[in-house]
Design a protein around this ligand. Structure first.
Ligand code: TTP
Ligand code: MG
Length: 356
């Protein structure tokens, strides 16, 4: 069966996070990596710095030479992980069929979400704009009928792009693609291929399967397929979820209990509907807040019985909120999570349904 796979990849991920967190870096050549002049290596560079030829894995020393006015920043992995988690939660609100490849990229199988009214492109755009709304960061996506084509597509028009590869344009795109842009063709293979006169997808396409197997061993067949748009569409999906949570970041600090509790009630309802979807219930409720100066605090509580209704989750969240929120300390973020999950045997029914 034909599938719709999206590959999403954040634009200049580490550098964009640094620019988002430090507005004075926006629009400037930012180079994230080891700052040691002699031993440092560039992790990534903002698009402004890329204009000078700076790129990932380049020695910091070379980057200094190419871009003397570059702003060199040390990576903050915890922060990148945090944002990666936020992006993951957005993905999960669309589908469970997610295969993360690294902190900043993942495959999503959205086959089931596509309909006459909702194209795969519009789903990708919706996910990207939600990522932008919630994290302030731009991403690029590629859509196709298998994984490696989706990945090629997401890299084609970066940054801020949404690109589709389909049966009608696949060969044209692959023929023109530089050989090094084929997933799985690393630096070493790329050089070997260029040495053999294989510079583009078309050059690869023109070689027989036997010749490829002779020259590249086991990988020959996969290369033969890659030149033709043939590849797997099966995602290696993550393990079961261990918790379901939702959070909201306010656009200004808030201190009004009734206002915040209104949001907490909405978040509880969202967590509930996700648990209902999955026939799950959980025995631990956690409320997390972040104060105006970004201190995180959380409190959790075991429930009497596994909870999943909005009313029950909010009941615990309400009490936890009053334990964790300090008077006169405004907050920036509030979240509620249900964990220690178990499967409910009777889908969407409570014990009361049986009594009545
Ligand atoms: P990439 O997605 O390869 O690169 P990018 O997000 O910086 O830029 P773009 O996708 O727009 O081309 O990698 C994601 C992050 O992984 C990157 O921000 C930094 C880190 N990284 C390294 O630390 N070393 C590397 O060699 C590469 C390629 C990435
Ligand atoms: Mg990226």
């Amino acid at each position: 069966m034909e599938k719709r796979i999206i590959h999403i990849d954040m634009d200049a991920f580490y550098a964009q996070v640094e620019q988002y967190d430090n507005p004075e870096l926006r629009g400037k050549p930012v180079i994230v990596g080891g700052r040691s002049f002699n031993r440092g290596v560039v992790a990534t560079a903002s698009y402004e710095a890329r204009k000078y030829g700076v790129h990932s894995a380049m020695p910091t020393k070379t980057a200094h030479k190419l871009c003397p006015d570059g702003i060199f920043v040390h990576p903050r992995f915890e922060r990148y992980k945090e944002i990666s988690g936020q992006v993951r939660d957005i993905f999960l609100s669309y589908t469970d069929l997610i295969e993360p490849l690294s902190l900043d990229e993942a495959y999503l199988d959205i086959t089931e979400l596509v309909s006459k009214e909702r194209s795969s492109r519009s789903i990708a755009l919706a996910i990207q704009s939600e990522i932008f709304e919630k994290t302030g960061l731009t991403s690029s996506s590629g859509i196709s009928y298998n994984k490696y084509l989706a990945k090629i597509a997401s890299g084609m028009n970066k940054p801020k792009a949404t690109t589709v590869i389909d049966y009608n344009n696949v060969l044209e795109i692959l023929h023109e693609l530089p050989i090094g842009k084929f997933p799985g063709v690393g630096k070493v293979t790329e050089e070997k291929m260029i040495g053999m006169g294989i510079k583009t997808g078309k050059d690869l396409y023109d070689i027989s399967k036997n010749d490829l197997i002779l020259k590249f061993g086991k990988r020959g067949e996969s290369l033969y397929n890659k030149a033709r748009g043939i590849g797997t569409n099966e995602l290696t999906v993550e393990r079961e979820r261990k918790s379901v949570g939702k959070e909201t970041t306010f656009n200004y600090d808030r201190n009004d209990d009734s206002e915040i509790l209104g949001v907490l009630e909405e978040l509880s309802a969202k967590v509930s509907s996700r648990l209902l979807d999955k026939s799950l219930a959980g025995k631990v409720v956690t409320v997390k807040i972040k104060t105006g100066d970004f201190e995180s605090h959380s409190k959790q509580m075991m429930t009497m019985d596994p909870v999943y209704t909005a009313k029950d989750i909010y009941h615990y969240a309400y009490n936890l909120y009053h334990e964790v929120k300090e008077e006169d300390v405004p907050i920036r973020l509030i979240g509620v999570t249900v964990s220690a999950l178990e499967t409910r045997l009777y889908r969407n029914m409570t014990i009361y349904d049986f009594i009545m």
